[in-house]
Design a binder for this molecule. Structure first.
Ligand SMILES: CN(C)C(=N)NCCC[C@H](N)C(=O)O
Length: 288
């Protein structure tokens, strides 16, 4: 099994992550808290209350973990294509796989990455939702002191299953949308590249950026539900399941709730995924 794809996926995931984390914090807060009037209001309040550091809350942990998840996604995707088409990454430019194969390989990567991602994503969302400013003398400490403390507290309060809160919504979000992600990327690369040639860096940037936007547009409704279910263990609001969360969110806040965070998510998705695909393709090219 070729492992370069896993390593390239890890490095490119880490690069994309640093670039996208401030957008991600604003998105998570807009989706789970009702105190903000919009993106700008959330950014101003976060900056005033918590300084620039507020945007980077919970980032050290995803660098070490979500980058690994990206490595699972790209590694499984590439190896699934190898099984389906018997071609390596290098051979696929000359013998491009069908879009059906790309979609199946993307869904397989999305399904497997969701289970690796679930506990890490839960901890990230819980830490990003702590709006207390950095510790000042006399101020009450935040509920979680950091990722390890957060994981231990969830484990203690809710048991091992608590660490997988929202995992089902995450799997439903990621399985089809990662199929869409890789199909969009491949389709755009092929539109702007001569047959058998390697796509230029500009093409990879644009195709990666739009693949990110398209997949996140499709993923946003379940992303909102996933984030709410992840916060439900903490807030008094408990949901009877995924469907109950969907119905009660729509009843209380209207159908618009399913698109909360869509603008900021799309603004984040372009640079993050442009950089992720560019570094991934370059690393694989340079390793031969
Ligand atoms: C719609 N979904 C879930 C995705 N497209 N996921 C893969 C993109 C990963 C990238 N680090 C990001 O966070 O955008």
């Amino acid at each position: 099994m070729p492992v370069e794809e896993f390593v390239a996926g890890w490095i490119s995931g880490a690069l994309g992550l640093v670039l996208g984390h401030p957008f991600d914090t604003v998105k998570v807060r807009l989706q789970t808290q009702t105190t903000y009037r919009g993106i700008f209001d959330c950014m101003v309040k976060t900056y005033r209350h918590e300084s620039l550091l507020g945007f980077f809350k919970g980032m050290s942990f995803p660098i070490a973990s979500i980058a690994v998840v990206n490595s699972v996604l790209f590694g499984v995707y590439s190896n699934a294509l190898l099984v389906l088409t018997a071609t390596s990454h290098q051979e696929r430019r000359a013998q491009p796989p069908s879009y059906t194969h790309v979609f199946i390989a993307g869904c397989t990567g999305g399904f497997l990455q969701a289970y690796c991602l679930a506990p890490f994503d839960l901890i990230k969302v819980r830490l990003q939702n702590q709006t207390e400013p950095r510790a000042k003398p006399g101020s009450p400490p935040p509920q979680y002191r950091g990722p390890v403390h957060c994981a231990a507290s969830i484990f203690q309060a809710e048991g091992p299953r608590g660490l997988f809160r929202g995992a089902w919504a995450l799997t439903l979000r990621d399985t089809p949308t990662l199929g869409i992600y890789f199909v969009t990327y491949e389709w755009l690369c092929r539109q702007f590249t001569l047959d058998g040639q390697t796509p230029s860096s500009g093409t990879v940037l644009v195709a990666g950026g739009f693949a990110g936007i398209t997949s996140w547009v499709a993923a946003t409704p379940l992303d909102v539900i996933k984030s709410r279910m992840q916060m439900a263990g903490l807030k008094q609001r408990a949901y009877g399941g995924l469907l109950d969360c969907m119905v009660s969110s729509a009843r209380q806040e209207g159908l618009g709730v399913f698109f909360r965070g869509l603008t900021i998510n799309s603004a984040r998705a372009f640079p993050v995924n442009a950089v992720t695909f560019l570094s991934y393709e370059h690393l694989l090219l340079s390793w031969g």
